[in-house]
Design a protein around this ligand. Structure first.
Ligand SMILES: Nc1ncnc2c1ncn2[C@@H]1O[C@H](COP(=O)(O)OP(=O)(O)OP(=O)(O)O)[C@@H](O)[C@H]1O
Length: 217
């Protein structure tokens, strides 16, 4: 995989510039945590990456999750690969899922501790359970790069750590917007601190402590 890059990237809403211009490169095997206070521009930067890197098998886990409440957990996870199958296979799966698909998806759900919810509609799940379904969907999707916007914000400590580990195993190359600085430093190889739409810090995680990141807030 060749590096992914943004060059002099900018974003504006109407006349108001909220991001950049900024440049950065993401090397294979690098996991970047985007940190910074609310409104700094993390989601805008992820959206820009998704737009510019779409041709490179980028998998997105959005902040709003994008689950279909009336469909089961199984079907929501299956949607991660909807575009890999012909329409008729997807239609049959809606009514009568294949055993092999069920086995694959149950194994993923098992790893995220929600296998018992496989046939429950997503509308009946808690916020943390929904976040784990979205994580399962993006893991099922597979791709070269993961872009995730606050992927563990609704999870308690041990669950957040276990989902971060699963995402790290599934996607060695990733950019994740994070509010939990401990987790960001533990599971990412590089931290980019965003302040008012600009890159204020860009360092390997090994060289940083939570204390170094506090001035961003
Ligand atoms: N749809 C929109 N229309 C106008 N301004 C927007 C819109 N979305 C975001 N903004 C503005 O862009 C700036 C960056 O927002 P962004 O969502 O990227 O921040 P963030 O760092 O992801 O915040 P959070 O941590 O709260 O998710 C903010 O000032 C915000 O008010």
């Amino acid at each position: 995989m060749t590096p992914l890059a943004l060059t002099d990237a900018e974003a504006a809403y109407g006349e108001t510039r909220v991001l950049g211009p900024l440049s950065l490169a993401l090397a294979p095997g690098e996991r970047i945590a985007l940190v910074g206070k609310s409104g700094a521009g993390k989601s805008t930067l992820l959206a820009l990456m998704y737009e510019q890197w779409q041709q490179r098998e980028v998998a997105l886990m959005p902040q709003a999750l994008g689950l279909v409440d009336t469909l089961s957990v199984f079907h929501n996870v299956y949607m991660g690969r909807l575009d890999r199958h012909p329409w008729w296979r997807n239609l049959i799966t809606l009514m009568r899922p294949r055993r092999s698909d069920i086995a694959d998806i149950e194994a993923l759900l098992e790893g995220l501790d929600i296998a018992d919810k496989c046939w429950i509609p997503c509308g009946e799940l808690s916020g943390g359970q929904r976040q784990r379904v979205a994580a399962a969907r993006v893991l099922y999707q597979r791709g070269q790069v993961l872009l995730a916007d606050e992927p563990v914000s609704a999870l308690d400590g041990p669950q957040a750590a276990s989902v971060m580990q699963a995402l790290a195993d599934g996607y060695p190359t990733a950019v994740l917007a994070m509010h939990d600085l401990d987790l960001a430093l533990r599971y990412c190889t590089r931290v980019i601190g965003i302040q008012a739409g600009e890159i204020a810090i860009d360092q390997p995680s090994q060289r940083l402590s939570v204390h170094d990141l506090q001035p961003l807030y």
